[in-house]
Design a protein around this ligand. Structure first.
Ligand code: THU
Length: 160
């Protein structure tokens, strides 16, 4: 038997102001997108902003549905939006933020597993890592240099 430890590196910032102006701007765009989320069922709004290689920013927010599984997360809407509109532009950075109507969220809200899997697909496609920054409504911001830090043992096209 061999034991393998998987180590992921996360960078934790105390608040948004610790980050560069460009990242603050991207996160502010994600906050604006978050406010337009359609989340009447969960009351949990998520916004995502994607910086492309040509400095364009593409956004997404969660869209819910009375048939619950028909809704979609902010991150997937944002990255599908980016791929649909700008299929040949690499994604450099994604900023994500969440806010609940039920409580003040302070613990950075990471993307769900399905969104991680979708983000990895584009990272592999473009053969360049995507930096992810995520935060709640307030407080600390977590950065990973690649989505793979959040999704070790990824299922990727090489298995097919
Ligand atoms: N949600 C996201 O938009 N992103 C995530 O990574 C986690 C969850 C949305 C889906 C649903 O509309 C609401 O948050 C509650 O799960």
């Amino acid at each position: 038997m061999e034991q393998i430890d998987i180590i992921s590196t996360l960078q934790v910032y105390d608040n948004l102001e610790e980050l560069s102006d460009d990242i603050q701007n991207l996160m502010k765009t994600a906050i604006e997108a978050r406010e337009n989320a359609y989340a009447p069922y969960s009351k949990f709004k998520v916004g995502a902003a994607i910086l492309l290689e040509d400095n364009q920013i593409v956004t997404g927010n969660n869209q819910e549905n009375a048939a619950y599984p028909s809704g979609l997360c902010a991150e997937r809407i944002a990255i599908f939006h980016a791929s649909a509109m700008h299929p040949n532009k690499n994604v450099i950075t994604i900023a994500i933020t969440a806010k609940s109507e039920n409580k003040i969220l302070r613990i950075p809200t990471p993307p769900c597993g399905a969104c991680r899997q979708v983000m990895v697909e584009y990272e592999i496609k473009q053969d360049q890592p995507i930096a992810i920054y995520f935060m709640a409504e307030k407080g600390k911001v977590i950065k990973v240099d690649s989505i793979k830090a959040l999704l070790p043992l990824v299922f990727d096209p090489s298995f097919l």
